[in-house]
Design a protein around this ligand. Structure first.
Ligand code: ARG
Length: 275
């Protein structure tokens, strides 16, 4: 029988990660965070180390930025910058609690030989809200990144940037509601977007995988794909089955501690794209 989908091919990736040495939930800036609920930093570190090891087993390269005491959310490196073609647009955070992460990222990139490193002029939470699909950037706004930041992203990288409006506070970053699977395919949770943004996504990606509420609520869309293997929270069972049906190889990961901060595998992973 002929395949219903093209052969999925993996491409080796380079990721920036940050050990959750100082991870805890001591403030609440998204609906998942509850400072009265205890966190287990040792377990968070162990789960994060497993994620790192998985990337390496899959042939990817992991680079590390040092964690900074007092910045418990620094483990979510996806928010630190957007890196395309060796150019770096360092994040400017919405909340004061995370503001100092920009400095840490900026100095990491400045010493890393990138051809251009600049700080975003507007609120811009990096890859949390900017996802590259082929040569097009999908950019979220509504809760964190400001729409003005999308224009800056377009000017800095010279790529098409399409704005998408988020409406559900539980899906406050684009990467909690949409994941890039391959250069021409995505999966997303429609109800996280305004009707106009849903229509735009439908017309651009008619073959996208649409997630159900149950999978979205366990952060199933906070997934990392290398084009073939897709790492996603293990609780997103039916989404994993749908990915397998579409020719991908789902790899379940347990990041239950980091979920308490409102993040999953993608939040802990910033893709570095050298020139
Ligand atoms: N506690 C962090 C915040 O609210 C979680 C960030 C999750 N990162 C992401 N890329 N969605 O900012």
């Amino acid at each position: 029988m002929p395949h219903r989908f093209p052969e999925r091919t993996a491409r080796p990736r380079r990721y920036l990660m940050c050990r959750p040495t100082y991870f805890t939930v001591e403030y609440a800036i998204n609906p998942w965070m509850d400072p009265s609920r205890p966190t287990d930093t040792t377990l968070a570190v162990r789960q994060w180390e497993r994620l790192c090891a998985l990337y390496e087993e899959l042939g990817h390269t992991v680079e590390l930025i040092d964690p900074v005491p007092g910045l418990p959310d620094m483990v979510y490196t996806a928010n630190g910058a957007t890196v395309l073609d060796g150019r770096v647009l360092v994040a400017t955070f919405r909340h004061a609690e995370r503001a100092a992460e920009s400095e840490a990222h900026e100095s990491w990139f400045r010493s890393g030989g990138y051809r251009e490193v600049r700080r975003a002029a507007h609120v811009n939470e990096g890859e949390g809200d900017h996802l590259l699909v082929g040569r097009r950037v999908l950019a979220g706004s509504g809760f964190r990144t400001s729409p003005a930041a999308h224009t800056e992203t377009r000017d800095v990288f010279g790529l098409q940037v399409l704005g998408l409006d988020l409406v559900d506070p539980r899906f406050y970053h684009l990467d909690t509601a949409l994941a890039v699977l391959a250069d021409d395919q995505i999966m997303y949770y429609p109800a996280a977007f305004t009707p106009d943004s849903q229509a735009l996504l439908r017309s651009l990606y008619p073959d996208a995988i649409l997630a159900e509420r149950e999978d979205a609520e366990v952060f199933g869309l906070n997934a990392v794909s290398d084009g073939r293997r897709v790492l996603l929270p293990e609780a997103a069972k039916s989404l994993a089955a749908r990915l397998a049906d579409a020719g991908y190889e789902p790899i379940p990961v347990d990041l239950s501690e980091l979920f308490k901060g409102g993040g999953g595998p993608k939040c802990c992973t910033l893709e570095l794209r050298p020139a």
